[in-house]
Design a protein around this ligand. Sequence first.
Ligand SMILES: *Cc1c(COP(=O)(O)O)cnc(C)c1O
Length: 463
Amino acid sequence: MSRSAHPAGPRHADVLPEGHYSAPPADLNSLDPKVWSRTVTRDDLGVVTVGGIDVKTLAEQHGTPAYVLDEADFRDRARAWRTAFGTDADVFYAGKAFLSRAVVRWLHEEGLNLDVCSGGELATALSAGMPADRIAFHGNNKSSEEIERAVRAGVGRIVLDSFQEIVRVAHIAQSLGRRQRVQIRVTVGVEAHTHEFIATAHEDQKFGIPLAGGQAAEAVRRALRLDGLELIGIHSHIGSQIFDMSGFEVAAHRVVGLLKDIRDEHGVELPEIDLGGGLGIAYTSDDDPREPHEIAKALTEIVTRECESARLRTPRISVEPGRAIVGPTAFTLYEVGTVKPLDGLRTYVSVDGGMSDNIRTALYDAEYSVALVSRVSDAAPMLARVVGKHCESGDIVVKDAFLPSDLAPGDLIAVPATGAYCRSMASNYNHVLRPPVVAVREGEARVIVRRETEEDLLRLDVG
Ligand SMILES: *Cc1c(COP(=O)(O)O)cnc(C)c1O
């Protein structure tokens, strides 16, 4: 069908240009529970509510754009991970996905531990009362100052990422009269993203110490020799947004192989193994993530089996989900500003935020869903691209999605599954002010991270 056959433009779904989308959903007003947080529903007037509060009220009271976080859902997911892994394993929430003091308190209350990877994340965790021994400190280039703060605070573990760091942490711990519990992060030659994983001999990346060529074994040798360190285990993190467990299988096989070599060489059975995070969530209806209990069962079985065949005691397992806990629990609420149909292509829907509050689409070509949330509509579906207000043509929030063709300025739309890596990666590009995070629960809304103000911007600009 040629474009010129539709002089009125793509107001309806009968013109479908190239893009990454499936057919329009049967009902644009329905909200797929896979991609929306658990308390999301529509009220009698067709307005979307979350945590018992409707989005029009949220927009009036807190403005747009805003990240709206469903506290009950967050706690449910955190608890589900905790319960699934039981008391013989530890769940470390990866703070980089989204960290605030309220979140730290919820995690503490739900019995989770916490991964941090900078002084700022450590400060946030400690200031909200997370016990230091439940914190793991990560990063490929921790500064000496950060290491010293972590050791002084008494963090439960520091995950060592390089040969220099082994010596650095040992030296700092010793000079403080401490023996720091550490893990060594290894790269197992597996890279996993979504539905595939690649097993390679070499790891061409900045994180970890390669198993290949005996480097990890040499790191273990050095760490075991240093008085300032107590080596408690091996750490592996293979990727992100993973649905297929086979990458973890290869990783566990290789890590257990190292544990066996360590036992044979040093007569030491390291008591812990950390398999990292990276478990996927549903951004669109096409994604089918696994439940925490399925993941726990699969990972525990893999490690147990590998250890049995290596004749090792099964070590204590830890995992580090970030996205899988917080990702599905928030949506970004936007107000529609302009609606621009492009003949034969699609309709550009501009919102009052953009790449400054969600860089993932521009950075990773990520896919998102979107819905009209301030009302229902019977209008035909139109193929839309949700874009931001920034001076950049790559400023896209949702590449291809269907919205009702009567969409108009002033409508509220929401992009679900923005709880992870959106606020935490937000920027001030174009001096746009970073949105607040509003936590909702049982009819109450509470700002847990406030909206940035122009005073905030100007305070940093000291002229
Ligand atoms: C990023 C990261 C995680 C969390 O990844 P998710 O995809 O959010 O689950 C866990 N562990 C380490 C070491 C990481 O770098």
